[in-house]
Design a protein around this ligand. Structure first.
Ligand code: GTP
Ligand code: MG
Length: 468
């Protein structure tokens, strides 16, 4: 909706009279556009929710790549019906947020020698404008063409785990956190912090805490707060992140740390929530289930707890027309087990069942709000093929790709995925070793969807109803 030149001139004149009271025209026009599109159901904000290294950046890049071209998405109905025309990344995103570096990430994955993007260090927004023809015969006869605008935010996964801090007092947070850190798997990497707590001054305690968090992160644990203490460039931008630690209520540093905690939450966590959690219409939750199996029972439970905790911060539920306009709720949710190409496709059914088992509590809570959830095993960038071959004297389904560790193409048997969460002694009987693979080139010509696994099914579940 571009308003006419008259309105712009009129606004300029009004601004000359009261310059401090009125925002400039571009901002007004941008906001009116957002309002108009929301009114007509032509805009969706999609949350891609995933802990650190879950696969958010690769997923968003591959999604934009496939939507841009409209190829390789046979299960997206608008594509199958030949109504989908393509997409363009919007040139402008609102002031105050960095545009998603789509071209840089795309160049990394689609270049001659593709490589995985580096971990994200900042928040960024991808705004994609999807063009399609509506389904109705009348509308098509008149050659009508529609646009659906998608807003998707990318961010470092570590920051996500800060969201629950918004609901906590310092004393409450410190109590729960110290309790968690005193037990394994956290106790060993946090040992030096507990020593510092007994003797140290503020700087020593904080340094020992941040080093402990970093050691936990190297073990791929997730419940690490404050998340920004773990992303170095962010610490430069958000120094408060590395200025407090949890201490008992009667500790001499408790008062000082409480004030720093409160500043951190207001200055950094609240704006993050605005961008990532508020006004979300649809949600895709990415979970690296295979990595959790690799890491064993403590890590598996930690990931499960972290996902449930993060999802509690979102507002799920059905909303009426006005509510959708003013304060939308998440009305569709799809859980995805990412990197499904690390295992043979014969294992995908089990991978999906295991994901469902892992997120069962969180999914049930969402379903209670009347929101159906879906679960899928996906790979945003398929980097292996499944091959049936003799391996150690048996005919097995294996994967062929380039493991990151060796850098040479190989056929490997990654093992089997259990359909339910291993319990107790099961962990001793099964040893999981799913390897990472180098990326295959993101290709513009893959017409029938071999460049990914079920990305089109995720899209149909999340946005299919808005492409009618
Ligand atoms: N084989 C395979 N590996 C993948 C795929 N997606 C992600 N990966 C692997 O997972 C790693 C992390 O992916 P990212 O997209 O950077 O993860 P992220 O969630 O953005 O991580 P942070 O930015 O640290 O929060 C990549 O470096 C790849 O090794 C996929 O579809 N297939
Ligand atoms: Mg990332």
């Amino acid at each position: 909706m571009v308003l006419g030149r008259d309105a712009r001139t009129w606004w300029r004149q009004a601004r000359r009279l009261v310059p401090d009271r009125l925002p400039d025209w571009d901002r007004v026009e941008g906001q009116l556009k957002v309002f108009g599109e929301t009114l007509l159901d032509r805009r969706l904000k999609i949350a891609v929710t995933g802990l650190s290294r879950a696969g958010k950046t690769v997923f968003i890049t591959s999604l934009a790549h496939h939507l841009e071209r409209g190829v390789g998405l046979p299960f997206l109905n608008a594509v199958a019906d030949r109504r989908y025309l393509g997409a363009v990344p919007a040139r402008h995103v609102p002031a105050g947020i960095t545009p998603f570096p789509y071209h840089a990430h795309h160049a990394a994955l689609a270049g001659e020698t593709p490589y995985w993007p580096a971990p994200s260090t900042d928040l960024s927004l991808l705004r994609l404008e999807l063009r399609f023809k509506p389904r109705g015969r009348m509308a098509r006869q008149f050659g009508e063409q529609r646009t659906l605008t998608l807003d998707i935010v990318d961010y470092p996964g570590e920051w996500l785990i800060d969201l629950p801090l918004l609901e906590e007092s310092y004393a409450g947070w410190a109590g729960v956190t110290l309790g968690r850190l005193a037990a394994e798997p956290y106790r060993t990497p946090m040992a030096a912090f507990f020593d510092a707590l007994r003797a140290g001054d503020a700087d020593t305690v904080v340094r020992a805490y941040v080093e402990g968090l970093d050691a936990c992160r190297r073990q791929r644990l997730s419940l690490l707060q404050p998340g920004r203490a773990l992303t170095p460039t962010a610490v430069e931008g958000a120094p408060e992140a590395a200025l407090f630690a949890p201490v008992p209520a009667d500790h001499p540093l408790a008062g000082r740390f409480r004030a720093r905690f409160e500043t951190y939450v207001e200055r950094w966590v609240r704006p993050f929530k605005t961008h990532v959690v508020d006004a979300v219409d649809r949600q895709i939750v990415l979970v690296d289930v295979l990595e959790s199996l690799n890491r064993g029972p403590a890590h598996f439970d930690d990931t499960r707890a972290a996902i449930a905790l993060v999802l509690e911060g979102f507002n799920h539920g059905r909303s009426g027309y006005w509510q959708r306009l003013l304060a939308p709720k998440v009305e569709k949710l799809v859980f995805c087990a990412t990197k499904a190409d690390h295992v043979a496709n014969t294992q995908h059914a089990n991978l999906k069942l295991l994901l469902q088992d892992m997120v069962d509590d969180a999914a049930r809570r969402v379903q209670l709000e009347g929101i159906p959830t879906d679960a899928l095993a996906v790979a945003a960038l398929r980097s292996t093929d499944t091959v049936r071959t003799h391996y150690d004297g048996q005919l097995l389904s294996c994967v062929r790709g380039v493991p990151v560790a060796s850098g040479k193409e190989k056929i490997v048997f990654p093992g089997e995925v259990p359909p339910t969460m291993p319990r107790g002694a099961d962990w001793n009987e099964q040893h999981f070793d799913f390897r990472r693979f180098a990326p295959r080139r993101l290709d513009g010509r893959q017409r029938n969807g071999h460049g990914h696994i079920r990305l089109d099914q995720v899209l149909e579940a999340v946005i299919g109803d808005r492409l009618l």
